[in-house]
Design a protein around this ligand. Structure first.
Ligand code: NAG
Length: 250
């Protein structure tokens, strides 16, 4: 008797749960749908590609339209001001890049962005980088603005396919920067500027160029700004002696 009761109950239970399943199909469907939509949100929906125009516009705020233009930041009246502006532009670009898929690394604006991050790391942080030594010559380097603009390559040279062409322009630019800096500021700051220019510009190129160790010859370079002080002292002594002599003859 008892076992038969158990079987009966089991039968009733399975019928009830079967009916329950059919009638609650909607709920199950709903469950399946919500699971699949979670899956879609989490895995299948890639965030959109970042708008490269946004990056371009931020870079344009500090007039960075080519790799060489990054160097012009060195010629701002005040380096801290140039660094502040750079940090704010990089901050905006970092924000732009957070909720979307960044453009590929060979995208022009991403390359300019990387080169700018490098510039900031070298010139604007507390770290004692080798480019930081240029700070000593900044009052002279900041006079080089027009020269650096003269040295810029032809339009879009950095976007051309021929590596030979790109690297020829690259070498011409850094050598031109070197000569102009040597004439105005001296050979030592000129060497620093050339190698910094090479590093910054190379960061923005798809394929890096070799930096030739042969420096162009410069006629009558300016003596280094750093050594001007002793020169001034000598000039003062001359004037002093001259004054003494004049006094003696009068
Ligand atoms: C922006 O991001 C770069 C690299 O991820 C970082 O080096 C830089 O400090 C950031 N700058 C700002 C201002 O957030």
């Amino acid at each position: 008797m008892k076992t038969r009761n158990v079987y009966l109950w089991m039968f009733v239970f399975s019928v009830v749960s079967f009916i329950n399943c059919i009638s609650s199909n909607g709920i199950i469907e709903g469950l399946i749908n919500s699971f699949s939509s979670i899956a879609e949100d989490d895995e299948c929906d890639q965030p959109d590609l970042c708008d490269e125009m946004q990056i371009m516009l931020h870079l344009a705020c500090i007039r960075i339209t080519s790799p060489e233009r990054i160097l012009l930041l060195l010629t701002w009246d005040s380096l801290p001001a140039a660094c502040d502006k750079t940090a704010s532009v990089l901050g905006h670009i970092n924000d732009t890049l957070t909720d979307c898929t960044p453009p590929q690394t060979n995208n022009l604006y991403m390359r300019l962005y990387k080169a700018l991050v490098f510039f900031q790391g070298q010139m604007c942080t507390m770290a004692e980088t080798k480019s930081k030594h240029m700070e000593k010559y900044r009052s002279c380097i900041s006079e080089l603005r027009d020269d650096l603009i003269d040295c810029e390559g032809p339009a879009d040279w950095f976007e051309k396919r021929s590596k030979t062409y790109v690297c020829r322009q690259f070498t011409e630019i850094i050598n031109c920067d070197y000569i102009r800096a040597a004439l105005l500021c001296g050979l030592k700051p000129a060497r620093m500027l050339r190698s910094f220019a090479a590093e910054v510009i190379n960061k923005a190129l798809v394929s890096k160029c070799l930096v030739s160790s042969t420096l162009p010859h410069v006629h009558n370079p300016m003596s280094d700004v750093g050594s001007r002080v002793p020169n001034n002292v000598i000039v003062c002594i001359y004037i002093f002696l001259l004054a003494c002599m004049l006094q003696y003859f009068m």
